[in-house]
Design a protein around this ligand. Structure first.
Ligand code: MG
Ligand code: NI
Length: 491
């Protein structure tokens, strides 16, 4: 019997990815790629685990979902509790939260750019494997710059640990406010750190401009069809339609760049639905009114995208002066909005990093930051609690329901990487088809395929939490000849 699966190449483990994943590439007889799958092998059950726990524990519990994104979960959970208990934080508390969150975004984006995604571009996609790591990046940007990067990340974590109590699992957020006020001496230090961060972000954007944008082959790669998909884009925006990480409404634009919808967090279930595929533990989000039409691009398909590329497409402007300039250059250089090039995520990430640093500087010098008025006390469960923030990796949704005693009845988390999972799969498939020709596959070609998803900065530590409930599990066993030997199901 002829089948399309007589040859198979597996890249495992994927390097420089948070958590674990697996790509499987199925070749046709002539060596061309038939289909590439990106599989996620692990499972975690936080939604189930949350049931019966006191709601106010959620910021602490969910910040342990993953070691990379604790502050994002902590903040989404805290905002969900504001809604659950029907209590608004005082202005100073809101500013302290956004200050801490901005420091986290700068620090996390810097981590991705220099350690995870940067090696692809700064060192070069076709550089020898041994050089495509942070040491290779150091070789390119210089040792002084690398030491500065390490120092600034440490300084930013000082803000998180001072205001948030602890650096890895912050204990800052409480329903209706924050746990601790900021002292004037601390504020003085924050102002200095923020200024250093802005400087460092400008340096990083300059380095990207010199090393990447002045290299025509990199620019060509960014704009190549192998790394391009025309999808919808989603991101939080403030009341003026500007990029915002901490708060706002969710704005979605269509593949032509026109506004599709703007909705407040509490209406997310009207617009976001999750599709399950038997070969992946990660659910694939899509726009509910449009529907799941498979792994397809274009306006008829509900597939959408989140994270830096998507956020700069979904917003109408960027509010801080230096980042706004950088954003305008980015849009002009890449031919106007929306930008559909997946690898442009790296550039967009640096622009966002600068925005977050400038926002940090604004908040750090805000006179209200040291106000003692940091909490409104919640009195009762007021309804479902839905909190949305922009995690560095994209839109993050926490939704809790609790009984009258405040015990969690139901928790639904939609993490950034789930929002992106359909487009990530499409990117891996397209890059494989464009770049791989079996059965001999040079190592650097596989790196080019991995680049397709590394640009999104996926976090599968977060995304694979979503098992419990009715998600069917199917394991298929194929013979070497490509015949289906067994199907294992867990209902
Ligand atoms: Mg979920
Ligand atoms: Ni994570």
């Amino acid at each position: 019997m002829q089948t399309v699966m007589e040859q198979r190449i597996t890249i495992d483990p994927i390097t420089r990815l948070e958590g674990h994943g697996k790509i499987e590439i199925f070749l046709k007889q002539d060596g061309a790629v038939d289909r590439a799958f990106f599989q996620i092998p692990e499972l975690r059950g936080f939604e189930k685990f949350a049931q019966g726990r006191p709601a106010e524990e959620m910021p602490q519990i969910t910040s342990r979902i993953c070691g990379v994104c604790p502050t994002a979960h902590h903040m989404a959970a805290t905002k969900a509790l504001d809604a659950l208990f029907g209590v608004e934080p005082p202005l100073a508390a809101r500013k302290i939260r956004e200050l801490v969150y901005s420091a986290f975004v700068v620090e996390d984006h810097a981590l991705h750019f220099y350690f995870l995604g940067g090696p692809d571009f700064i060192v070069g996609p076709r550089a020898p494997k041994a050089e495509r790591n942070v040491l290779g990046v150091v070789g390119k940007v210089g040792e002084a710059a690398a030491l500065r990067m390490i120092a600034i990340r440490r300084r930013l974590r000082e803000i998180i640990s001072t205001a948030g109590g602890k650096v890895i699992h912050p204990v800052l957020g409480l329903p209706g406010g924050v746990a601790r006020r900021i002292q004037p001496a601390e504020q003085e230090e924050f102002v200095k750190i923020a200024a250093e961060a802005v400087d460092f972000c400008r340096f990083s954007l300059d380095a990207f401009g010199n090393i990447v944008l002045k290299n025509p082959s990199y620019v060509e790669l960014i704009q190549s069809p192998a790394f391009t998909h025309q999808t919808y884009y989603m991101g939080l925006v403030d009341a003026q339609g500007c990029l915002n990480f901490y708060d706002g409404n969710v704005r979605v634009v269509d593949p032509g760049g026109q506004e599709y919808v703007v909705f407040p967090p509490e209406r997310y279930l009207d617009y976001v639905a999750e599709h399950v595929e038997p070969w992946s533990y990660v659910k694939f989000c899509y726009l509910k009114p449009i529907g799941w039409k498979g792994f397809e691009e274009g306006p008829e398909s509900g597939v959408y995208c989140v994270a830096p590329l998507a956020r700069l497409n979904a917003c109408q402007d960027v509010a801080t002066p230096l980042a706004r300039q950088a954003y305008q250059t980015y849009v002009e250089t890449l031919g106007g909005k929306p930008v559909h090039h997946t690898l442009a995520n790296h550039w967009a990430r640096l622009i966002e990093m600068l925005y977050a640093a400038e926002r940090l500087a604004e908040l750090a010098s805000d006179a209200e930051l040291t106000s003692p008025d940091i909490r409104n006390i919640p009195e009762r469960v007021a309804g479902p609690g839905i909190g949305i923030v922009e995690a560095p990796r994209g839109t993050l949704i926490h939704h809790y329901e609790a009984d009258e005693k405040g015990l969690i009845r139901k928790a639904n988390l939609i993490v950034a990487t789930q929002n992106n999972s359909a487009r990530i799969s499409m990117s891996v498939d397209r890059a494989a088809k464009a770049l791989v020709r079996g059965p001999e596959v040079p190592e650097d070609l596989l790196n080019l395929v991995e680049m397709a998803f590394r640009a999104y900065d996926p976090c599968y530590g977060c995304a694979s939490h979503a098992l419990p409930g009715g998600m069917p599990l199917v394991a298929r066993v194929w013979t070497a000849g490509g015949e289906l030997a067994a199907t294992l199901r867990r209902p």
